[in-house]
Write a protein that binds this ligand. Structure first.
Ligand SMILES: *Cc1c(COP(=O)(O)O)cnc(C)c1O
Length: 397
């Protein structure tokens, strides 16, 4: 196919050229005497992205799913009770992993399109006066449905009930794209991967851990080895790894973190909100509905859009790929065939976001959806012209 593939799935995301070049280097000696001068500042800078001063950051070869396992296996014991909720494919899979690891999972099932059920969590925590629940699981941004939840509210539910459970957050499609406040929200394990907001190839699990979670790890009995925080800490403290680290990805991570700092984290978050709003305006102009049930839940990083009943979503995604060299996200599990998703996270700017809308709009018309040509793109353009001018003015101040 001519030209490049327009990659608007919600991960892996587009890798900026600067990051690609940073990765394209010879192998290096991971026991070199000056390696810690590279590793230690990188681990410190990652803490700024999680907004933690108290916590520690671990970087493992792996992906977000490995980060989930690291969080659970380092802090819990077989049979421990955990509170989880399912409102999309990712929240569902993390709860399932808990079961497979032999934890006792209390699951709150929600409709897909809803967020973390904070009120139900609060009610369950209030009744758990013996503090049997050892950890509370949340998915900050449910990538399957385009739903973002308020983690600060979950912290409040724990605090209001004086409940000591650990608070775990899946931030795989939020961290580095959306504001994340580990210390302020009292998060104990925050999990992400390299291929979403961090704009890198897949291959790293990045996880921030509170002192409280590290303390819990001293008595936690779930088997763990490769992902053991203690074992990794000993090496990390010296600026090394206890195994061969993915040095090229780490060099790429250094560059990606530099880029995030150059733009400014708050500007990065504002850009994601702006692009998401533009995409939603486009969807609205098409007359289509979002999966997210409420405005408060709209995700800054991914938008899941319901297709009209007569459109086969799988054929739609395939058509976008072969006809227009456009990769859109498909519907997962119960949403399969019913929705498409636009990922607008990572290295995405105004015109890139519009190109996703332009391609999707052509596909909609190809599938007989009555959309005025240019309606979605036009709505996004008009919003972005002004919103972007305002952002530029703020940056110049
Ligand atoms: C992508 C994603 C995952 C899975 O991460 P992998 O890197 O694919 O293992 C988990 N949770 C959320 C919210 C995600 O978006």
């Amino acid at each position: 196919m001519v030209g490049f593939n327009h990659l608007y799935i919600p991960g892996p995301t587009n890798v900026p050229d600067r990051v690609r070049r940073a990765i394209d280097i010879p192998m290096e000696d991971m026991r070199a005497p000056d390696f810690p001068q590279f590793v230690s500042p990188l681990l410190e800078d990652l803490k700024k992205i999680f907004k933690t001063e108290q916590g520690r950051v671990y970087v493992f070869p792996g992906s977000g799913t490995g980060g989930w396992e690291a969080a659970l296996s380092n802090t819990l014991s077989p049979g421990d009770k955990v509170l989880a909720s399912r409102f999309g494919q990712f929240s569902k899979l993390w709860a399932y992993m808990c079961e497979r690891l032999g934890l006792n999972v209390e699951v709150v099932d929600c409709e897909w399109g809803e967020g973390v059920p904070v009120q139900t969590y609060a009610d369950i925590l209030a009744k758990d006066t013996n503090h049997e629940i050892k950890a509370v699981l949340t998915c900050h941004n449910e990538t399957a449905t385009g739903v973002a939840s308020d983690i600060g509210e979950v912290r409040k539910a724990l605090d209001d009930n004086n409940h000591p459970a650990l608070l775990f957050v899946d931030g795989v499609s939020s961290i580095a794209s959306m504001d994340f406040r580990m210390d302020e929200w009292g998060v104990d394990c925050a999990v992400t991967g390299s291929q979403k907001g961090f704009m890198l190839p897949t291959g790293l699990a990045i996880i921030a851990v509170s002192q409280k979670a590290l303390e819990a790890g001293k008595t936690a009995q779930l088997p763990r080895c490769y992902f053991d925080f203690g074992w990794n800490s000993m090496a990390h403290e010296q600026g090394y790894f206890p195994y061969t680290p993915a040095t090229t990805l780490l060099r790429g991570l250094r560059e990606a973190v530099n880029m995030l700092f150059e733009e400014g984290l708050e500007n990065v978050f504002a850009r994601h909100k702006r692009l998401a709003e533009a995409v939603r305006r486009g969807v609205h102009a098409w007359g289509l509905e979002l999966v997210a049930k409420d405005e408060k839940l709209y995700s800054p990083t991914v938008t899941a859009i319901r297709l009209p009943d007569h459109v086969d979503g799988k054929a739609f995604i395939k058509h976008a790929y072969y006809q227009y060299n456009l990769s859109l996200g498909g519907g997962l599990e119960r949403l399969a065939g019913k929705v498409f998703r636009i990922g607008h996270l990572g290295d995405v700017n105004e015109i890139m976001a519009q190109s996703a809308l332009a391609g999707a709009e052509m596909c909609l018309r190809d599938f007989g959806v009555e959309v005025t040509p240019g309606a979605g793109v036009g709505a996004a353009q008009e919003y972005l012209r002004t919103a972007n001018a305002q952002a530029a003015a703020r940056a110049a101040e």
